[in-house]
Design a protein around this ligand. Structure first.
Ligand SMILES: Nc1ncnc2c1ncn2[C@@H]1O[C@H](COP(=O)(O)OP(=O)(O)OP(=O)(O)O)[C@@H](O)[C@H]1O
Ligand SMILES: [Mg+2]
Length: 498
């Protein structure tokens, strides 16, 4: 049937509300607080699975459809809207037989009636999709926040003006200020100027050329590897994102490993040479002695032959040191206390170091026994003492001490070549010149010396190293220019599976 033109009011309402993607309604609250819907469009069937007729006399089917957790809040907000005559707007869940849990938005304006009742005109809309999208977004933001909170690597986002916009929590420790203060600051404000400059140059490269950059950085005495890349966004300036890993530990271990490999290679070389050399010296001294026996005391050529033999003797001593370094010596190990060795050497050491150096020793009376060749350990102590003496031309103090220590996995991981377990430690400490990093890194190499020609052969520490290694021990040198030198030697406790 063709509709009237223009339609009457009832017809208009029917048509409009039929086209409306939700429910249009009139809600009435009686002065006694009872609710009903004098009008509800047919959309209520879909949104609340109730017919307009069912809520005409009593709104309770609609309240009943509300989620139990949202019902009281919705009712209270309606009461408030009625009292203050303020617009009502509320998001709430419904639990429906067919559709399950869904989200609805109620929106209505109240007016006061003559009898004291309240009448709202408004709408309900289905906002399930929007709410679910918001929840998914909140969930992913939540996850991202937790990621930044707990990430063990450093994660950062910067805007196109190279200001930090998001950061992982661990930056607080690195920079020593709360994240809130770091955000928005430029790199100049956060890092030393040289470092900031190179960082900004890298950042600009990433943003301008749109390429990933990988850099090695050094900051606060630690080493980092950083990877940064651009994030291009539609209709927005690009972002820069990246992460930074602290590689200090790894770098140290690599350096230690290189050092150990070098010592191994040099040791083999030195051992090989010393062996051949020893054979030659045996020939030289053998024939030298033969010659000597054929020349009577009065023979003017005798002094020449004696010089040859003296030189042969010195050469033999050198090769013995080389053999010690390359760990090719014959050791006569026995179970002893390092304390006995240290105490037995007192007098000799005092003569060795001279009058202007104070010799002190403190031994642990409960020191664990070790399995070593005592005469070799004496040689170790002598070499160390001579080095200390040479490092203290103006005097100072030399301290020998012993103690027990049990090396843990952490120590072993950071000190390549050491082994876990109980050890007796011999510590030789001087207050001398100390060594710079370069010297310290070469100190165990044979023939490495900083002393003038004729003063040192550079075999002292190489010998020490060889003896310690061959005895199953571990040696660590701690030194800095002007701060003196501390040498610690760890010998495994005897009787513990050795
Ligand atoms: N206690 C120390 N204080 C400062 N520097 C040291 C110390 N011990 C060793 N060094 C440095 O390490 C270098 C190597 O020591 P090493 O004992 O191997 O050789 P040397 O003392 O030079 O010669 P040699 O011991 O063969 O007579 C020394 O030349 C010195 O520079
Ligand atoms: Mg020396």
């Amino acid at each position: 049937m063709p509709s009237k033109n223009p339609p009457d009011a009832r017809d208009l309402i029917d048509k409009l509300s039929g086209a409306f993607p939700g429910v249009l309604f009139q809600l009435l609250r009686s002065p006694r607080g009872r609710y009903r819907f004098p009008f509800a469009s047919r959309g209520i069937l879909e949104l609340f699975e109730a017919s307009p007729g069912k809520v005409l006399k009593n709104a309770s089917p609609l309240f009943a459809a509300m989620h139990p957790e949202d019902r009281d809040g919705a009712a209270a907000s309606l009461e408030e809207s009625a009292r203050l005559l303020l617009p009502w707007r509320r998001e709430f869940r419904v639990v429906l037989a067919k559709q399950g849990i869904r989200w609805r938005l109620g929106d209505a304006k109240p007016e006061r009636l003559e009898d004291g009742g309240t009448l709202w005109h408004g709408s309900f809309l289905d906002i399930t999709d929007r709410r679910r999208a918001e929840e998914a977004l909140a969930e992913s933001e939540d996850m991202f926040k937790l990621f930044l909170e707990h990430s063990p690597i450093y994660v950062f986002f910067k805007d196109h003006e190279i200001r930090s916009v998001r950061l992982s929590r661990n930056y607080e420790k690195m920079l020593g200020m709360p994240i809130g203060e770091i955000l928005g600051k430029t790199m100049d404000e956060l890092f030393p100027s040289d470092f900031a400059k190179s960082m900004i140059a890298d950042d600009l490269k990433v943003l301008k050329e749109g390429e990933m950059v990988e850099v090695e950085e050094e900051f606060g005495g630690r080493f980092f590897t950083t990877i940064k890349f651009p994030i291009i966004r539609k209709g927005k300036p690009p972002l820069l994102a990246g992460f930074t890993i602290d590689v200090t530990e790894r770098k140290n271990l690599e350096a230690q490993l290189r050092q150990a490999q070098k010592m191994e290679a040099v040791g083999q070389l030195a051992g090989g040479i010393a062996h051949d050399f020893n054979n030659l010296i045996t020939v030289i001294t053998g024939y030298g002695e033969l010659l000597l026996s054929k020349h009577p005391e009065s023979d003017p050529e005798r002094p020449c032959i004696e010089e040859i033999l003296k030189a042969g003797d010195r050469a033999a001593r050198l090769t013995r040191q080389l053999l010690a370094f390359s760990r090719k010596q014959v050791l006569k190990p026995q179970v002893v206390s390092l304390n006995d060795i240290v105490e037995g050497m007192g007098g000799m050491l005092e003569r060795l170091i001279g009058g202007n150096i104070l010799l002190e020793s403190s031994v642990d009376p409960c020191l664990w026994p070790v399995l070593v060749d005592p005469s070799q350990i004496e040689q170790v102590i002598m070499n160390l003492a001579v080095n200390s003496r040479d490092a203290m031309p103006e005097g100072g103090s030399l301290t020998l001490s012993t103690s027990n220590v049990t090396l843990g996995e952490d120590f072993v991981r950071d000190h390549k070549g050491s082994r876990p377990g109980p050890h007796a430690v011999l510590t030789v400490r001087d207050t001398g010149t100390g060594m710079d990093e370069a010297t310290a890194s070469h100190v165990f190499e044979p023939f490495y010396t900083t002393k003038e020609t004729g003063k040192g052969t550079g075999l002292g520490m190489a010998t020490v190293y060889g003896i310690v290694k061959q005895s199953g021990g571990y040696i660590a040198v701690e030194s800095a220019v002007g701060k003196g030198t501390t040498v610690r030697i760890y010998f495994p406790r005897a009787g513990m599976g050795r």
